[in-house]
Design a protein around this ligand. Structure first.
Ligand code: PLP
Length: 453
């Protein structure tokens, strides 16, 4: 790494690379990552960090897996590219495997990113309704605080005004309802009652918007990037019931929650529902190569079958389902199965949560600690009685202080005004016990040193 030890990398970076969703501050140069192994990253100056965020919630099996590099290499030699207007072997094998994981009958449509997977879900939903004799169904309902991607449709579905308002108007036909937020539920209400109420509000929205105009509801099993908001079990079950009642499709966005992240293969499997459409990306390849999927129930696909003019889905994506990305995804899923990483996520996620939960009692600025599998959120407040959210800058300071101690954690940022106050933890499912102890120890130390008055 010696050839990388030069300050000029920072200069070159600042002069050439426009970073994603980050302010440009010359005095705060970006971390330049040079190597990854297991749950650990090394920057270009040789400093090491435990990656408690799996990159952007995506490197589920950890860094530096040679088997994945090998799978890509072998596939590139064999067949580097074939468009999915026809087919290729890795796409077929992976589609079969995803169906096994979904425990259902789905058709698999490939793209490259979570945003694209959601765009595909929206287009399929509208066309399905048209071809099913319901051409008036064009609206989508999602939740405030949720993130569904950066493209004009996926961003319209997103319920984070701070990410949207500079780019509006976005795609039309997207509506939002409030999500369950058990920590901030009204006094005297149980988490279950609160989730029930939120589901009833969704039903009311469908009715008030005229039920024949609603195409689909999109939601994550739990809101991840928007602040780790975990509903009571009753919520998702009830949402599915409501969607069925009004002929509305249910799209579940598993871009973060899929592939073992929450302690099940897919997040929705905690709730015993069968979504009409499931979108996935990130952990599908553990981010070794870009790939995403829109899995669509076969009964929906039926409406797209046949030689009749214009019934087919008119959507193409040059790179979607690239053979090497599919081969890498297959190997990634094989590793998750061979190393029991879904069960490990459930078990070690509970351990992580148990270790961090007492902070809600002892730290003056920690209002709530919550999690499911290997996702944990720590909600920071300025006042525990009023639950006034802590300033975003306080959360950012903690993230920065962790980084100085060799630990990467995240925070929800640029979501909705005043609520960018949740620390996020999402380590690789393959993190060793020692890695997790390092994460817990470091985070506790940093939190103890940081109090917001
Ligand atoms: N859906 C969810 C829940 C996400 O968290 C993200 C990205 O963070 C997306 C969709 C968009 O995925 P991508 O960044 O791959 O377009």
């Amino acid at each position: 790494m010696d050839q990388l030890r030069t300050a000029s990398w920072t200069e070159k970076d600042q002069g050439n690379v426009w970073h994603h969703i980050s302010p440009y501050v010359e005095e705060k140069p970006a971390m330049i990552t040079a190597k990854g192994e297991g749950a650990w990253l090394t920057d270009h100056e040789g400093n090491r960090y435990m990656d408690g965020m799996s990159g952007l919630w995506c490197v589920n099996i950890g860094y530096g897996r040679e088997e994945l590099a090998q799978a890509a290499f072998e596939q590139m030699k064999e067949l580097c590219y074939a468009p999915l207007t026809q087919s290729h072997l890795p796409a077929i094998q992976l589609a079969e495997k995803i169906n096994e994981w979904l425990e259902g009958e789905y058709m698999i449509f490939y793209s490259n990113s979570g945003s694209e997977a959601n765009e595909v879900a929206f287009k399929i939903s509208r066309q399905y309704h048209q071809q099913n004799g319901n051409s008036g169904r064009y609206k989508f309902i999602s939740r405030h605080r949720a993130y569904h991607g950066s493209s004009m449709g996926a961003l319209a579905a997103t319920g984070q005004a701070l990410r949207k308002y500079k780019y509006e108007p976005l795609a039309s036909g997207f509506l939002h309802v409030a999500p369950p937020d058990p920590y901030r539920r009204p006094n005297g209400m149980t988490a279950k009652e609160h989730s029930n109420l939120r589901a009833e509000e969704l039903e009311q929205k469908i009715i008030w918007e005229q039920k024949e105009t609603i195409a689909a509801v999109i939601m994550e099993p739990l809101i991840t990037g928007g602040g780790i908001l975990i509903p009571d079990k009753v919520y998702i079950e009830k949402v599915q019931e409501i969607c069925e009642k009004y002929g509305v499709l249910l799209i579940i966005d598993e871009v973060i929650c899929g592939f073992g992240r929450t302690g099940k293969k897919f997040g929705h499997q905690h709730f015993g529902i069968k979504p009409d459409i499931v979108t996935m990306a990130k952990g599908l390849t553990s981010a070794y190569l870009p790939l995403s999927v829109t899995a669509v129930k076969k009964e929906i696909f039926e409406k797209f079958k046949g030689t009749e003019e214009n019934v087919h889905f008119r959507h193409i994506n040059t790179f979607g389902g690239n053979p090497s990305a599919c081969a890498v995804a297959l190997k990634n899923l094989e590793i998750i199965e061979a190393e029991n990483l879904v069960d490990r996520s459930a078990e070690k996620g509970s351990f992580l949560l148990k270790e961090l939960l007492p902070l809600a009692e002892t730290h003056p600025n920690i209002g709530d600690v919550r999690g499911l599998g290997m996702i944990v959120g720590i909600e920071l407040v300025a006042n525990k009685q009023s639950k006034e959210p802590a300033p975003s800058a306080f959360a950012a300071n903690i993230v920065q202080a962790c980084r100085q101690e060799g630990l990467i954690i995240g925070k929800n940022g640029d979501t909705v005004d005043g609520y960018n106050n949740v620390l996020t933890i999402c380590p690789p499912l393959s993190s060793t016990d020692a890695d997790l102890m390092y994460l817990i120890g470091t985070l506790k130390k940093v939190l103890a040193e940081n109090i917001c008055k």
